[in-house]
Every structure is written in structure tokens, then in C-alpha cells.
Design a binder for this molecule. Structure first.
Ligand SMILES: O=P(O)(O)O[C@H]1O[C@H](CO)[C@@H](O)[C@H]1O
Ligand SMILES: O=c1cc[nH]c(=O)[nH]1
Length: 237
């Protein structure tokens, strides 16, 4: 067992899907996986292992924000030898041609967080997706008939910022959408030489102020989940 994950060695698969919401992890396990075992309930941050079309995979909630996902990703990699980490999250659209429920593959991540400023002694690091995961996910989206946007997203530390227009500056530079974890995920994956990708569904628009309901956020993001699951089938480990 690690400090925050109550699994025994061998109970977590080498590929893990990472929703922020632990109830999304439960929903995915119950809806898409067979032979499911719940390996973690510590802090209510559910983790499950099961099989998808015969492939063993796990799904682990990460909580919200970079400090929280960093704890789970660190322990998954260092204590449980996880090799492939695919975040399946929600995000807010920052471009007017991106709509509710659109799917975004995060090729790179900008951030307003100080975590990497501290890690890299105030220099800029560019958190980047693993190209083989990105390419597989893109190809699977095409096969499933799901149009995806691929590009730069923002991982922010503040869901409720002080300046309601701050996101517009990122948008001017082509950033597609905002969420709160991918920069930390990509940075840790690079540090530990494992693979990571973020697949995000648009849950709200910063432009039109449309939002999805929490039930929709938890349950209806099938396109993103199916892209991630198909991608796991093509992984060697
Ligand atoms: O839906 P999840 O995966 O939690 O992702 C997004 O939703 C949360 C904010 O509501 C943040 O964690 C953000 O990254
Ligand atoms: O971090 C997030 C997630 C979803 N929507 C947002 O606007 N921000």
C-alpha cells in the first residue's frame, strides 16, 4: 500500500485512466469494464481494476488540481509501476469554434501554476503529451467518427480567479481550453520516463457561459472514454 492508495502490489494495471472525479472512475468501471475490483477507497478517491475487451486496465480518481493529481501519479508510477497514464477530464472552451461535449487531445500544456517554476528554478518547461499515445488516440477518434481538436491547453491553479477576463490572454495565443491537472501529469510522466496523455471533454464554455450538468459530466462523456479505452488496447504493456 502507498500513503494515499490502498492497493496491494499487482492490483493496479500498467495502464490507468485518470478522471478527476472519483465517481466518474466508478461509473467507467461499472459501465465499461468486466471483472471489476475496487482497490482503493482511501479518501473516497476510488480506484478500480478490470478488463476491457480482455485487456487489464485501471481507473483511478485524482481529485482536482495539480497538487492532488501529483500525489496519485507519483504513487502510481513509483509504487505500482504504472507505465501509461491517460487523463480523461473535463475542460472549459476558450475558442468560439469549440462547443460543449467536443473532445480535445492535449498536445501541450501551458500553466499559471508555480509548481514547475519551482521545479525548474524559475525557467519554463513545456509539458508535452507522449506522441505515440497522442497519435493512437487521434487515430482511434477518427475510426470512431469523433472529431477531435489537438493543441495547447491551459492547466490553471484557480477555477475561480480574481480577473474574470484573464483567460482571454491565453485564448489570443491559441490555447484551446482550460482544466487543472494535465501540466503536472505530463511533467511527472517525463520525469519518470512513462507515457501520458490528456483527453478532455468540454463541460462549459468561457465564451458562451453554457454548462453541462454534473450528471452529464459524470456520465455522458462516452466519446472521450471510448477513445481512451480503444487506445489502451493498442498498448504493449
Ligand atoms: O472533470 P475533471 O477531470 O475533474 O477536470 C476538471 O474539472 C475540475 C474543475 O471542475 C478540475 O479538476 C478540472 O481539471
Ligand atoms: O478547470 C476547468 C474545468 C472545466 N471548466 C473550466 O472552466 N475549468
Amino acid at each position: 500500500m502507498s500513503i494515499h492508495i490502498g492497493a496491494k502490489q499487482g492490483e493496479i494495471a500498467s495502464t490507468v485512466l485518470l478522471p478527476g472525479d472519483p465517481l466518474r472512475a466508478k461509473f467507467i468501471a461499472e459501465t465499461f469494464l468486466k471483472d471489476v475490483v475496487c482497490y482503493n477507497e482511501v479518501r473516497g478517491m476510488y480506484g478500480f481494476t478490470g478488463t476491457y475487451q480482455g485487456k487489464r486496465i485501471s481507473v483511478q480518481g485524482t481529485g482536482m488540481g495539480m497538487p492532488s493529481i501529483s500525489i496519485y501519479v507519483n504513487e502510481l508510477i513509483t509504487e505500482y509501476k504504472v507505465q501509461n497514464l491517460i487523463r480523461i477530464g473535463t475542460c472549459g472552451a476558450m475558442q468560439d469554434d469549440i462547443h460543449l461535449k467536443d473532445v480535445i487531445l492535449a498536445m501541450s500544456v501551458s500553466t499559471d501554476s508555480s509548481m514547475n517554476k519551482l521545479r525548474f528554478n524559475n525557467m519554463d518547461y513545456a509539458p508535452t503529451a507522449d506522441f505515440s499515445l497522442l497519435m493512437k488516440a487521434y487515430n482511434n477518434a477518427q475510426k470512431l467518427g469523433v472529431q477531435v481538436r489537438v493543441g495547447n491547453i491551459l492547466s490553471t491553479d484557480t477555477f475561480y480567479g480574481d480577473d474574470p477576463d484573464e483567460w482571454k490572454h491565453w485564448a489570443k495565443f491559441g490555447v484551446l481550453a482550460v482544466e487543472m491537472e494535465a501540466a503536472a501529469l505530463y511533467t511527472l510522466a517525463a520525469k519518470f520516463k512513462v507515457k501520458a496523455l490528456g483527453i478532455m471533454t468540454v463541460s462549459d464554455s468561457l465564451i458562451t457561459h453554457e454548462i453541462t450538468t454534473s450528471e452529464e459530466r459524470q456520465k455522458t462523456f462516452r466519446n472521450m472514454i471510448e477513445i481512451a479505452l480503444q487506445t489502451t488496447l493498442e498498448l504493449d504493456v
